[in-house]
Design a protein around this ligand. Structure first.
Ligand code: AVJ
Length: 322
């Protein structure tokens, strides 16, 4: 028998109100920006899945290479009864961890948490079907807000994979890591995926693929605003860009207005003007150095127990103890 339930922390009204507040703040700022979590409606989540298969987008493959090799070790060290996955998306790589924990004999429940209800429901159902004795408890929500509500037998292993930690600004990242530490008890675990600093070309291409999938993913945020707030963005009027900021050590995705534009956003009571060439920053994706990851984990109250990279040294995975 399968055992899936979905807990939804975001009603359609909550989502519209949060988007409205973000749009008002970000698009009235001197340098326009939008939070990257708004990419992920059903279409955006699908586009992201396609990104993970692109030749230029190495992080997914590199992280999978680490988990392939180390899942058994992760299961043995953590002895987790519950796997919690933050920003779970399609939960594809999660299966490597679930298999290893099942093999190890400690696994009881799986708690995926994601902002996208469609992606979460699909993933939870697929996992529940393939792991009949596993209790699956999906949580639809924002992992910056709903961490205190994480269910599951202890010890729990919280997996935050894919390098999504890089989407936070550094100060928010520190707060977030601290909040994860605060919901865990001593002896519970964090498995963290961090994309590593590397040469500009490799990074910029990973976020600007030849097939244009990332460009569509980027423009999807404008469609989300059109749908949820009745705006009249013409996505084609914005050019997609990826830019490696070598000083901040992050990739920025931007949408650059091709001409002077005026956009009405009735659901946010807003009219926004763009000068030709002006851009909206739609995402930062920070890249890390091993010593930086160790320092940030330690500052948040974690003890780093293991650090692995893929054979090409592109991506790091750390296992830390609370
Ligand atoms: C899902 C947040 C890990 O930052 O690399 C992929 C999102 N953006 N291509 C990343 C993304 C553009 C991705 N994360």
């Amino acid at each position: 028998m399968t055992d899936v339930d979905l807990e939804v922390h975001h009603s359609a009204e909550d989502i519209a109100a949060a988007l409205r507040a973000d749009v008002r703040e970000g698009l009235t700022a001197g340098r326009k920006w939008l939070p990257s979590k708004w990419f992920y409606d059903a279409r955006g989540s699908e586009l992201f899945e396609r990104i993970t298969e692109l030749p230029e987008y190495y992080p997914t493959r590199a992280e999978r290479a680490v988990l392939d090799r180390q899942a058994a070790e992760i299961a043995k060290i953590s002895g987790a009864h519950t796997l919690v996955e933050l920003g779970s998306g399609s939960s594809e790589k999660t299966r490597l961890l679930l298999d290893a924990l099942r093999e190890h004999g400690t696994l009881r429940s799986f708690v995926p948490l994601d902002v996208s209800e469609s992606a979460l429901a699909e993933a939870s159902n697929a996992i529940a079907a393939d792991y009949p004795s596993l209790a699956v408890h999906g949580v639809v929500g924002d992992f910056t807000e709903h961490l205190g509500l994480l269910p599951g037998d202890r010890p729990r292993l919280v997996a935050f994979l894919g390098g999504t930690i890089g989407n936070f600004l550094p100060a928010d990242r520190a707060k977030f890591l601290r909040s994860v530490r605060d919901v865990l008890s001593e002896g519970e675990w964090l498995l963290l995926g961090t994309d590593l600093v590397k040469e500009r070309d490799t990074l910029e291409r990973a976020y600007d693929d030849a097939a244009g999938v990332t460009a569509e993913f980027n423009r999807n945020v404008l469609r989300v605003i059109n749908e949820r707030l009745g705006a009249d963005f013409d996505p084609a009027a914005f050019a997609h860009e990826s830019y490696w900021d070598a000083e901040a050590e992050w990739i920025e995705m931007r949408l650059r207005a091709r001409t002077d534009l005026r956009v009405a956003i009735p659901g946010a009571d807003l009219e926004v003007s763009f000068a030709a060439g002006e851009h909206i920053r739609t995402e930062i994706s920070a890249k890390f150095r091993p010593e930086g990851v160790r320092a940030e984990l330690s500052a948040a109250g974690f003890t780093l127990e293991r650090w692995w990279t893929d054979p090409d040294g592109l991506f790091g995975v750390s296992l830390s103890r609370a």
